[in-house]
Design a protein around this ligand. Structure first.
Ligand SMILES: NC(=O)c1ccc[n+]([C@@H]2O[C@H](COP(=O)([O-])OP(=O)(O)OC[C@H]3O[C@@H](n4cnc5c(N)ncnc54)[C@H](OP(=O)(O)O)[C@@H]3O)[C@@H](O)[C@H]2O)c1
Length: 273
């Protein structure tokens, strides 16, 4: 686990390491993990320009005002948008890094998957899709992270059995398992800004790797590969790396990408926007 003080000390160096006017986009920045990370970014950067997307105009206005108070020199631009047309995006986003498992290619939407299988399936699909994107954009770093269990608005729209189960469990046990919001925000800001998670090509102006640590192991098992699958602790578990290696060996990455493209085409009518 990367210790919180190391993360905080890295974040404290952001203002001196990143140039003024950093631009960030948060899709889903009006609640939960997105909101706290956005605010952490706003409070640690000089003259940031932050775009954030969500459906709630009320939350958008509130957050822009709060950020302006926190860092008056920044620009905070709310973009109201509903991504729900691409429903599968929402489903896919419920998987999260470090939990990769097998993929059922006969049921890519995991409609018939059991709860234990579901997470590994969805998480692997996300990471393999990120690997495909990283090939096209090798100067960009991609991170699929499980944020831990963070108190948020994620269960507001509970609409299926899986999420109801999660809702009940958290209601009963939440206070013992939640990652504190402040810690979660610090850890996500670290992922966004530290040179521990570089792109596969090109040099980014990032905060140098904390002393005594090294560049993170990527999802393919090699250090600094440009695609990272992480637990909230900042670790990349061996079994996730192994599961992905098995899937790649069977060409499942291609299957996932072809499926993703077919869904975009089915929904939007075009292959790319
Ligand atoms: N919290 C956890 O413990 C946890 C654990 C594992 C994984 N995750 C994953 O982490 C991500 C963030 O979760 P969270 O807990 O921060 O959830 P959250 O509090 O519900 O935040 C979700 C964000 O996404 C936006 N959003 C949702 N549907 C949208 C749509 N159709 N169009 C546009 N924006 C939309 C929401 O904004 P509006 O409401 O304004 O639209 C909000 O800003 C999710 O992918 C979740 O599955 C969370």
């Amino acid at each position: 686990m990367i210790a919180l003080p190391d993360i905080q000390s890295s974040n404290a160096r952001i203002t001196t390491s990143l140039s003024e006017g950093s631009v960030a986009l948060f899709v889903g920045g009006t609640s939960g993990v997105g909101e706290i990370t956005l605010k952490q970014f706003a409070s640690h950067t000089k003259r940031p320009r932050i775009y954030f997307v969500g459906r709630s105009q009320e939350a958008g206005t509130r957050i822009a005002t709060e950020c302006k108070t926190m860092n008056p020199e920044g620009e905070y631009i709310f973009i109201p948008a509903d991504a729900s047309l691409i429903r599968v995006v929402d489903e896919v986003s419920r998987g999260a890094g470090g939990h990769e498992g097998q993929i059922d290619t006969t049921d890519l939407e995991a409609r018939k998957a059991s709860i234990p299988f579901y997470r590994g399936h969805i998480t692997s699909m996300t990471t393999l899709a990120l690997e495909h994107l990283a090939e096209q954009a090798p100067t960009v770093s991609f991170i699929n992270v499980h944020p831990g269990i963070v108190k948020s608005g994620v269960l507001r729209e509970t609409d299926n059995l899986r999420m109801w189960v999660v809702w009940i469990v958290l209601l009963l046990l939440g206070r013992w398992v939640y990652v504190p919001e402040a810690e979660s925000a610090e850890r996500h800001l670290f992922l966004l800004t530290s040179a521990m998670y570089p792109a596969s090509h090109g040099e980014d102006a990032e905060v140098s790797v904390p002393e005594g640590m090294s560049v993170a192991r990527g999802a393919d098992g090699s250090r600094g590969s440009g695609v990272y699958s992480m637990l909230w602790t900042g670790e990349s578990p061996d079994n996730a790396v192994q599961a992905l290696a098995g899937l790649r060996a069977h060409g499942i990455g291609e299957v996932v990408w072809r499926y993703t493209e077919s869904q975009f085409k089915r929904i939007t009518g075009v292959e790319s926007i």
